[in-house]
Design a protein around this ligand. Sequence first.
Ligand SMILES: [Zn+2]
Length: 202
Amino acid sequence: MLGTMGKNERGSTSQRMCVGCGNRAERDGLVRLVVAPSAPFVAVDLGRRLDGRGVSVHLRRRCIRAALQRGALARALRGVAEIEPESIERMVDQQLTRRVRGLLSSALRIRRIAVGAEAVRAELEATRGDLLVVAEDARGRATELAKMATAIGCATATWGTKASLGEAFSRQELGVFLVTDRGIARAILECLAQIEALSEDE
Ligand SMILES: [Zn+2]
């Protein structure tokens, strides 16, 4: 389960149509895919900086699948390449993961992150914390820390495994970390929500 943070968008007109379901949505809720002339033929343009003809699609499995079957993306790819929806999902997931890791590096650089149960507990006891992230396979103390976080209004999220969290911090395993910078916490939560949306079937 992910905590949600409201976006403060006043009168934004940056709407785009999802080529998968045909519905219009705020640009930020869609991902831009750009057709490339060579393998892997589709580039995922999270930062919306790539040149070339792009289409927008919801970060949802069924919209990505539909986009590959019909519409502008399917037409652009016809006769060029056969793209599996899974490969697009994998690319998006990898880019979002990379972005989260970049945010974690920033938090480390400015010392606004506590890594490991003991350090996390110390911060939470001092009522500091904007986002607690717990590995899916973390047990015991993680549940207690999540309760402490919720009690002080700190967002909580589940992400990855102890092994993958460990990798992000050059450790063998890591069950839990706490971000104590509001802006970085919000940016990480947005990425994690997108990663979660991608793994949902409906
Ligand atoms: Zn859609």
